[in-house]
Design a protein around this ligand. Structure first.
Ligand SMILES: NC(=O)c1ccc[n+]([C@@H]2O[C@H](COP(=O)([O-])OP(=O)(O)OC[C@H]3O[C@@H](n4cnc5c(N)ncnc54)[C@H](OP(=O)(O)O)[C@@H]3O)[C@@H](O)[C@H]2O)c1
Length: 323
């Protein structure tokens, strides 16, 4: 039985899974059919993502500058270094009790991040397949998303290009990062692919009222663990709990509301920001809603179809955690 995390303390649910819930035979058959349907959707989803990644034409980036701090870790293989024009960097955890955390965003030329499909903002295929669904999460134990980024979207946050899958395996990491969804109001669990695939571990990061709404659905899905905060601004404590669950490195894929909470709580170490050449997106949706004490250590430019795309790696201004 998995441990469940609540209010900072570990607790074990009285029963986990259909067998422990006294379901009728008819209900068990219905649950089993539903699981088969999700497995089929998952198989189709992974086949589609793999095919898209493997067949995408990826124009390489060229480096404008590359000036990492000495403590940054360089990752990559020959394939990624050729496309990215060098190594990709990740910060080590500042505090052994908390995961290192990065944000990965694409913005329009006028700084908007909101879009039903962020791919339409114009970051290009190299950003999508090499950075977003690649290097930014290749070393991550977990990917974190806000509920609005997940609702209505068929997503599993992972790496898909065969070269990146091989690189992640060579790092000794599981095929898919832990999928974490943050929600205060709660999710309709039955609607969310990434909470319905038993081989993909997941966490819902929520508060007590959200947990109450999801409790029944989660009891039927023992691979989804709740982390229940006392309040939505207790993300630091939630990070401590996630570290206790084995998450050393976490990639937050947005959106900007969740990112704002992480930035305000000083939990962000790296920002991977791609700027498209064209204006667009939902007006008034910048990533940084307040100034952030970050500085660029890497800048790259796109080539070919991605000409005028700009990629920047920003790191937190100081590596000292405030007392
Ligand atoms: N440009 C990009 O790179 C990029 C990246 C990601 C998303 N997007 C786009 O951005 C839009 C969504 O962004 P968004 O800012 O509106 O939403 P979001 O950050 O994806 O989700 C916000 C929701 O997350 C939950 N949440 C936020 N902070 C939380 C906290 N501290 N604790 C627990 N739950 C918390 C709440 O869920 P509940 O509502 O359930 O309470 C909140 O309403 C979409 O258009 C998406 O496509 C763009």
């Amino acid at each position: 039985m998995r441990d469940r995390l609540r209010g900072g303390a570990l607790y074990r649910p009285a029963t986990v899974g259909p067998a422990g819930l006294g379901f009728s035979a008819g209900r068990l058959i219905a649950v089993s059919r539903t699981r088969d349907a999700w497995r089929d959707r998952y198989a189709a989803f992974t086949a589609r993502k793999t095919q898209l990644a493997a067949s995408a034409a990826l124009p390489p980036y060229v480096t404008a500058f590359d000036a990492p701090d000495p403590d940054l870790l360089a990752i990559g293989n020959d394939w990624s270094r050729a496309l990215f024009d060098g190594p990709f960097y990740v910060s080590p955890p500042r505090d052994p009790a908390r995961p290192a955390c990065s944000l990965v965003f694409v913005q329009s030329a006028d700084g908007n991040t909101g879009a039903d499909d962020p791919g339409t903002l114009g970051g290009g295929d190299t950003d999508k397949h090499l950075i977003y669904e690649g290097l930014s999460r290749i070393a991550a134990d977990a990917v974190l998303a806000g509920a609005e980024t997940v609702r209505g979207a068929e997503v599993i946050f992972s790496v898909w290009h065969p070269q990146l899958v091989a690189l992640r395996a060579a790092m000794g990491l599981p095929r898919h990062p832990l999928q974490i969804v943050a929600t205060m109001r709660g999710l309709v669990v039955d609607d969310v692919l990434l909470l319905n695939v038993p081989e993909v571990d997941a966490v819902v990061l929520t508060i007590a009222s959200g947990m109450r709404l999801m409790e029944g659905a989660l009891r039927e899905r023992p691979w989804v663990r709740p982390v229940v905060m006392d309040a939505a601004d207790h993300l630091g404590r939630a990070f401590d709990l996630l570290r206790g669950m084995g998450t050393t490195r976490l990639s937050c894929v947005g959106g900007r509301s969740l990112a704002a909470h992480l930035l305000a709580a000083d939990l962000v170490d790296d920002v991977y920001l791609t700027t498209a050449p064209q204006t667009g997106g939902t007006p008034g949706t910048p990533l940084f809603q307040r100034p952030w004490n970050g500085r660029a250590i890497v800048r790259k430019y796109g080539t070919g179809a991605d000409t005028d795309v700009v990629f920047e790696h920003l790191v937190r201004g100081t590596h000292q955690r405030p007392a």
